[in-house]
Design a protein around this ligand. Structure first.
Ligand code: KG4
Ligand code: ZN
Length: 330
């Protein structure tokens, strides 16, 4: 069976083909970072317009590159939420009309679930149960994944997500959107910092997170400074460490409390090189799994793969377009 995956929840148009026997056939992503960079965040209407422009040419390119015909596709999986309403509507309309024209089913995929299972695309032996830390622009979520449809949420961000805080602090430092990779790049230039930022809720007896206080603290510090490249690096270094300390400490405590050996770290922030290195160093006897870096941030491969995992579920195949800006998963 060949599944076409379509991702359009935010500022990446991603498509992928997944073969139930041979795994991922190929994927293609068009990022809108250049469009949104000057605004410091994603402008929903501009995002919608770019998805409209990109979906058909990307599909054509992917099919040609992988030598697959439209008639070879057996199932379409598309992101139905959470995300920006306009971009979701465009992806859902495209997926449902294409499925209708081909006489096949279109299956709704929850973006958060797709991120969580993305680590299984390349780690082919990995199976639930595992502990999952999802750290993206929209969410920070710690959960126990018992099997493909049985989850227990341990904690989530009570305010800003980790990725959102990376983006907002970067903006205050004069760095363009998306801020995570830029903060990481500036932090990587030095080995220490004169700053000392709080590690919110690191010792709380729950598994929730809160990053907005850290964002405010760093913002106030930035206002006091006359920013130079060295100061940008020092603030980035300490800020990145503060976030990573909290994420790593809470995740490893949860693994210990619930006695789970396999830990999966997914979502855009899981592309962070220092986060990957530190988790591997500090994991003790546990196993840590990441998606390929290209599947940390939004992509169609995780949607196609989730479609494959859900392909045996009974699927409602209506033409009704009802994307959900919130997750059904949490
Ligand atoms: O998963 P994703 O592509 O989109 C959502 O579902 O939200 O995550 C995007 C987020 C952005 O906030 C971006 O700044 C962050 O992931 N990000 C990073 C890195 N690469 C992307 N954060 C820290 N370090 C990185 N290397
Ligand atoms: Zn995402």
């Amino acid at each position: 069976m060949i599944v076409l995956g379509i991702e359009s929840s935010c500022d990446e148009t991603g498509l992928a083909l997944y073969d139930s026997h041979n795994g991922l056939i190929g994927h293609i992503v068009s990022s809108q970072h250049n469009i949104h960079a000057k605004y410091g965040g994603v402008v929903p209407e501009l995002a919608s317009r770019d998805h409209v422009l990109k979906l058909i040419p990307l599909l054509d390119t992917l099919l040609k590159r992988e030598n697959i015909k439209l008639k070879d596709i057996d199932l379409i999986a598309f992101t139905n939420g959470p995300g920006l309403l306009g971009p979701l509507l465009i992806g859902a309309s495209f997926a449902k009309s294409l499925a209708w024209s081909l006489g096949i089913k279109a299956i709704e995929i929850d973006h958060l679930e797709a991120h969580i299972f993305s680590a299984m695309i390349s780690n082919t032996k990995l199976k639930p149960p595992f502990l999952s830390l999802l750290v993206s622009g929209g969410h920070t979520l710690l959960s126990v994944i018992k099997d493909n449809s049985n989850y227990k949420i341990l904690g989530k961000s009570l305010d800003d997500s980790a990725g959102e805080v990376f983006d907002k602090v970067a903006r205050q430092l004069g760095l363009s959107y998306p801020g995570g990779p830029k903060i990481s790049m500036h932090a990587g230039k030095i080995q220490s910092s004169k700053f000392s930022f709080p590690r919110p809720m690191i010792n709380s007896d729950c598994f929730n997170f809160s990053f907005s206080g850290l964002k405010t603290h760093v913002g106030l510090e930035i206002k006091k400074q006359k920013l130079s490249p060295k100061l940008v690096s020092e603030i980035s270094f300490e800020f990145e460490n503060a976030i990573l300390d909290v994420l790593i400490s809470k995740t490893l405590s949860a693994a210990q409390k619930y006695e789970i050996d396999n830990i999966v770290i997914v979502g855009g922030v899981s592309a962070n090189k220092k986060l990957r290195k530190r988790f591997q160093k500090e994991k003790g006897s546990r196993n840590i799994f990441f998606p390929d870096i290209s599947f940390s941030t939004d992509n169609g491969a995780m949607i196609a793969f989730m479609g494959y995992l859900k392909s045996s579920d009974s699927i409602e195949n209506s033409l009704e377009i009802k994307p959900s800006p919130v997750s059904r998963f949490i």
